[in-house]
Design a protein around this ligand. Structure first.
Ligand SMILES: [Zn+2]
Ligand SMILES: [Zn+2]
Length: 296
């Protein structure tokens, strides 16, 4: 699978590719490259004037041996890479314990072209770790939650409902007032339109917020607003990208297990017609949340 915004951001990559290591691949100590991996490897070595050897490794050991940078240390390693068959159908990469590239079964292995050094990096890690690290934006949001109202997508109903109450509580309200105020306004409209119900499940019970006298809800940007820079063609700070969730569902979309995150995302993305309005497929959305299915 080709890197998306999340992976490119995380690894400071121009481009990259990732997939799961299968039992068979481990058994054979070799990985058959997927289409995206093949394209990346081909282009990288071709632009360096190095062709990829066609034939088995033994028939030209020197040409078969290619240089990579091992993630995360950056150590230079050499791995064998060949097109075993004359018709070049599949590209094969050999694992090597001595070189330090030897994933476990079910690990994610990845290749990427570094933005800073223009080198081809290679690495692997357990799938859980891969997903956890790719959820970097979820953590940031939580840490900032209580203070930085303008930067994050957390806008809670009682704050939004009554700006007079909240203004003194927000340390950055004066600096970026227009943006903050605007976000509050559109979130209020969204809550009114949702009739003050959790949009994942209208039966979820809500308490009444003391400050507003309205059921307490939180607003969430379905396409995370921290990707605005990368998705510069889309207007993420918009009512079409907002949903209202009860506090439990809101925490869940950020921190629950993949299956549940997908379920909530599906419901709210369909309600807002994210696919049509933003041209972002469910699969693309899953990848932003790091809950996509990784190919083998
Ligand atoms: Zn949120
Ligand atoms: Zn809910």
């Amino acid at each position: 699978m080709q890197f998306g915004i999340v992976q490119n951001e995380r690894f400071k990559a121009v481009d990259g590719s990732y997939s799961l290591v299968t039992n068979r691949e481990l058994f054979d100590s070799q990985i058959t490259a997927t289409d995206a991996e093949t394209t990346l490897l081909r282009n990288y070595f071709i632009t360096r004037g190095e062709s990829i050897h066609v034939g088995n490794v033994k028939s030209n050991k020197e040409m078969a041996s290619k240089e990579f940078k091992l993630f995360p240390t950056g150590k230079t390693i050499r791995l064998n890479l060949v097109f075993p068959k004359p018709e070049k159908g599949e590209l094969r990469l050999y694992l090597s314990k001595s070189a330090g590239f030897f994933p476990n079964e079910g690990d994610v292995w990845f290749l990427f072209l570094g933005r800073l050094d223009n080198s081809l990096w290679i690495g692997s890690m357990p799938e859980k770790e891969w997903r956890r690290e790719n959820s970097f934006w979820k953590k940031d949001e939580l840490e900032n939650n209580s203070v930085n109202l303008a930067d994050i997508d957390e806008i809670d109903a009682q704050i939004i409902e009554n700006q007079k109450i909240v203004a003194p509580l927000s340390p950055i309200a004066d600096i970026s007032k227009s943006q903050t105020v605007r976000r509050r306004e559109i979130a209020v409209v969204r809550m009114q339109q949702s009739r003050y119900k959790c949009e994942f499940d209208v039966t979820h019970s809500l308490f009444i917020a003391k400050a507003t006298g309205c059921p307490y809800l939180e607003a969430h940007h379905i396409i995370p607003i921290c990707f605005q820079k990368q998705l510069h063609g889309l207007k993420l700070d918009s009512i079409d990208n907002l949903c209202c969730l009860c506090p439990t569902c809101h925490r869940a979309i950020h921190h629950a297990e993949d299956v549940f995150v997908k379920e909530i995302l599906n419901t709210v993305a369909k309600k807002r017609d994210i696919e049509k309005k933003f041209g972002l497929s469910m699969e693309a959305l899953y990848r932003l949340y790091s809950v996509e299915e990784i190919v083998r």
